[in-house]
Design a protein around this ligand. Structure first.
Ligand SMILES: [Fe+2]
Length: 164
């Protein structure tokens, strides 16, 4: 019989679910579930596609799951990357399941994810690309995200040959 393996993703999921389930506005919570888990999975996909191993993809996925944590928790967008990075660090330390290097890698990516114009480290770029990819994949016909440079680069990278 298939028994699901419990991993650090499940640990983090408890924090994300708990925070979103506490949101007063159910529509905000629904958007949060779609976006945070969507970006998490896109992070894993992009990390693996770029040749990283599964352990790295797990960290990337966790960065995605936590990247807008403060925006939903505090219902405020302003400076949310910095605030999410601080809240993510608290969570990751509290779990006692991550090394300090892993925590730094995840939290740096979260703190820089709003800076889409610049290019930073590999983990930082995976998170930024996953963020725009999730928005775009909500509706691939919508022009707003399709027109973004990062989406166009992802279309090339993933060889989506009928995307014009
Ligand atoms: Fe986001």
């Amino acid at each position: 019989m298939f028994e699901r393996q419990l991993t650090r993703i499940d640990t983090i999921r408890r924090y994300v679910d708990g925070m979103l389930n506490a949101c007063k506005d159910r529509e905000d919570a629904r958007c949060g579930f779609v976006h945070l888990y969507g970006v998490g999975q896109a992070c894993a996909l992009i990390a693996l596609h770029r040749g990283h191993d599964r352990a790295y993809a797990e960290l990337a996925e966790i960065a995605g799951m936590l990247h807008d944590f403060a925006a939903y928790k505090d219902n405020a967008r302003e400076n949310h990357a910095q605030r999410s990075s601080i809240q993510a660090r608290d969570i990751l330390v509290q779990t006692k399941e991550f090394t300090s290097e892993e925590i730094d890698l995840i939290c740096q990516a979260i703190s820089r994810h709003s800076n889409k114009k610049e290019v930073h480290s590999e983990m930082d770029e995976i998170l930024k690309d996953a963020d725009v990819m999730q928005h775009w994949l909500r509706n691939p016909v919508e022009e707003y995200f399709f027109a973004q440079e990062r989406v166009q680069k992802l279309i090339d990278e993933f060889q989506m040959v009928n995307c014009d």
